[in-house]
Design a protein around this ligand. Structure first.
Ligand code: CA
Length: 226
């Protein structure tokens, strides 16, 4: 079955161009031209991926993203922004977008990002075991292993570890972790991430194994081998 992609783009030429190419690549494509329609269509029938223009005539792409995440719709979102909008790049990811590209983009590069996001988000491949160093995660069974040892994790600890395993060697800011694991509406409790990282480390390093979740001071955390 072809994977369905929703394009949200008010510039018709760009939308048509994207649509034609994505259809050619075998995707099923629906194009909408404003944020409200996008939200309605995505709520009604969540696609495999959303290509979302930042500047829309009604509500902008950041609001669309936030609304979707608030509604717990975790469809991958590739945000398209103007090249000079550097702060947008940051807020795009903070708002819950998974990836961004700046305009004008190379279409082949865009397709590569689309494929990567779809692969990461997964369908069936989302249940493929994740491996990093001697850590292994089995998403289908929600089980974690360090070497041969089964690591018993709570639901939140598991989610947190899976987040790191899906973004190895990538520094995740505290805000990103917070948004992905606890959601946007979780107020206060500034040390909850630290607490959970501590739980995870103590379970993962129980037999004196080397640390894999490192602190990046003032920023967040990263899964990497030192
Ligand atoms: Ca636009």
């Amino acid at each position: 079955m072809p994977e369905r992609i929703v394009i949200v783009e008010d510039e018709e030429d760009i939308a048509k161009f994207l649509e034609r190419r994505l259809v050619y690549e075998g995707y099923e494509v629906e194009t909408v031209f404003d944020g409200e329609t996008a939200l309605k269509r995505i709520y009604d029938d969540p696609p495999a991926l959303v290509l979302l223009d930042l500047t829309l005539p009604d509500i902008d792409g950041l609001i669309v993203t936030k609304e979707l995440r608030d509604a717990k719709i975790d469809v991958p979102i590739l945000m398209l922004t103007a090249r000079d909008a550097i702060p947008d790049r940051v807020s795009g990811l903070d708002s819950g977008a998974d990836d961004y590209m700046t305009k004008p983009y190379n279409i082949d590069e865009l397709l590569a990002h689309v494929r990567a996001l779809l692969r990461r988000a997964g369908g069936e491949s989302g249940n493929e075991p994740l491996v990093f160093a001697d850590l292994k995660l089995d998403p289908a069974a929600r089980l974690a292993y360090r070497g041969e040892r089964v690591v018993t994790l709570t639901a939140k600890e598991y989610d947190l570890l899976e987040l790191f395993m899906r973004h190895p060697n990538q520094v995740l800011t505290r805000d990103q972790i917070f948004d992905k694991i606890w959601g946007y509406d979780f107020g206060g409790e500034s040390n909850i991430i630290e607490v959970y990282i501590r739980y995870l480390r103590s379970k993962l390093e129980q037999d004196g194994e080397p640390r894999l979740i490192e602190t990046v001071r003032g920023v967040g955390y990263v899964l990497r081998q030192s």
